[in-house]
Design a protein around this ligand. Structure first.
Ligand SMILES: NC(=O)c1ccc[n+]([C@@H]2O[C@H](COP(=O)([O-])OP(=O)(O)OC[C@H]3O[C@@H](n4cnc5c(N)ncnc54)[C@H](O)[C@@H]3O)[C@@H](O)[C@H]2O)c1
Length: 432
């Protein structure tokens, strides 16, 4: 099939590349000329394991193209996926749909034959109805169908998640589009992916409800971890103990910093806003948002205690600053709250991240990037393990002959407390 992905970010680039690898002709469009020019040279704008090889392979065999020309790319395609951002509207915490509606207007000018217009971006319930209204102003109704196909891929595992998804959700109000999309996804369905065909509004809500539920699990275990710290219990034991119950399941029960990234923070707020719009009190999700927003403050209080209530001139190292491992995404990472706070209090901060230096800290006082783990942890008072990269799991603090006065705050519980204590260092974890 001929596909057009509008927005060549984490979702558009990964799904466009994977669709081309399945044998479709795909044009990935973006308004960012620099991004498109780089992609044509094989330079990938994001860190995503395995993506570069797949982009280069499919670009070379001409099934994958890159363009900044929206009109031409839409005209050449049968199916148009909208993959642009839906960030938080700072005024009222709803989803800012300006990019979606601006793209819909562009699409309405370029429909020359029947096309399926799909929202792969995460959009609130009734957005499909709004897109339909925008298109109807310029195009006859039998020339298009608006469908919701939410994306569930996780950064860092994106290709595997695309190829082996738990489920594919199609929200179409007409049978023809649902059948075409089932055929598009047939290679993944034959490998075991469940296919769920529902009404468009249901598909839109499934995505938000899924993210809100996962965010709830994380927040739940983070609060249980707070209780564990007061009662001398290891939260890891509690996670295993409750996760073995099949009704609960063990995943997303790892206590740690506030959830961050490009999805959970904005999507939990947006679904609360949708609830308000439809006069429905989503009190559970409201509590989750509130609890998560106080998470960094709780961890900062603990850091202050660890440092004996004196932060000024203390040397602190952050290992990892992205919101999770295997991604370079800094959006809503808890490090963005913690590092500036500590800097303001006079700490001297070094950080190392496997995805390199971050522009977000370029203007933060006394914050410097280190080129290696060893350099980062040398001569510091406190090491904060912020992101759970595999690179950090095997650090041998003893072998690096560091001062035994150095303290280690393991915010992901990846180190063995016993081992670190037996090496003479002071260890703090989350909920243990
Ligand atoms: N990142 C994830 O892990 C993930 C997972 C599932 C769903 N989503 C959802 O997918 C959507 C996209 O997320 P993302 O992380 O890929 O965003 P992103 O910011 O990485 O990419 C969006 C891209 O759209 C481009 N764009 C914006 N307006 C455009 C226009 N008018 N024409 C052409 N290009 C335009 C931007 O330049 C950018 O490159 C969001 O709704 C997000 O919630 C993201």
């Amino acid at each position: 099939m001929k596909l057009c992905m509008i927005g060549t970010g984490y979702v558009g680039l990964v799904s466009g590349t994977c669709f081309s690898d399945l044998g479709n002709d795909v044009i990935c469009v973006d308004r960012d000329e620099n991004k498109i020019n780089n992609l044509k040279k094989g330079i990938i704008p994001i860190y995503e394991p395995g993506l570069e090889e797949l982009v280069v392979k499919n670009y070379n065999n001409k099934r994958l193209k890159f363009s900044t020309n929206l009109e031409e790319s839409i005209k050449k395609s049968d199916i148009v996926f909208i993959c642009v951002g839906t960030p938080t509207n700072k005024k009222n915490d709803s989803a800012d749909l300006s990019q979606i509606f601006s793209v819909a207007k562009e699409i309405s000018k370029s429909i020359n034959k029947f096309k399926i217009i799909i929202t792969k971006s995460t959009v609130p319930v009734t957005t499909g109805d709004e897109i339909e209204k925008i298109l109807s102003k310029k195009v006859k109704k039998n020339y298009f169908s608006v469908v919701s196909n939410p994306e569930f891929l996780r950064e860092g595992e994106a290709i595997r998640d695309f190829v082996y998804p738990d489920r594919i959700v199609i929200g179409a109000n007409d049978k023809k589009s649902a059948t075409i999309l089932r055929n598009l996804y047939a290679p993944l369905i034959s490998k075991g992916a469940k296919f769920l065909s529902v009404k468009r509004r249901a598909a839109e809500l499934i995505k938000y409800a899924a993210n809100a539920f996962l965010a709830t699990k994380i927040t739940f275990i983070n609060e249980i971890a707070n209780l564990c710290e007061k009662t001398d219990i290891d939260v890891e034991d509690v996670s295993i103990g409750i996760g073995l119950d099949k009704r609960i399941g063990g995943r997303f029960l790892r206590a740690g910093p506030a959830y961050g990234g490009s999805c959970f923070p904005k999507d939990t707020k947006a679904i609360v806003s949708t609830g308000n719009q439809f006069k429905t009190d989503l009190s559970v999700i409201k509590s989750v948002v509130k609890s998560n927003s106080s998470r960094s403050k709780i961890l900062l209080k603990k850091i202050t205690e660890i440092l004996g209530n004196k932060i000024k001139n203390k040397k602190i190292c952050f290992l990892g600053v992205t919101f999770k491992a295997n991604t370079d995404d800094m959006r809503d990472s808890s490090s963005l709250e913690m590092i500036p706070f500590l800097s303001k209090k006079g700490a001297k901060i070094k950080y190392y991240d496997p995805t390199g230096v971050k522009k977000e800290f370029s203007k933060t006082k006394n914050v410097n990037y280190s080129n290696s783990i060893n350099e980062a942890i040398r001569n510091v008072d406190l090491v904060i393990l912020h992101t759970e990269w595999n690179d950090f799991k095997s650090i041998n603090f003893q072998k690096l002959a560091l001062s035994k006065k150095m303290k280690i705050y393991d915010m992901r519980n990846i180190f063995s407390k016993e081992k670190i204590v037996s090496q003479g260092f002071t260890y703090y974890g989350i909920g243990r």
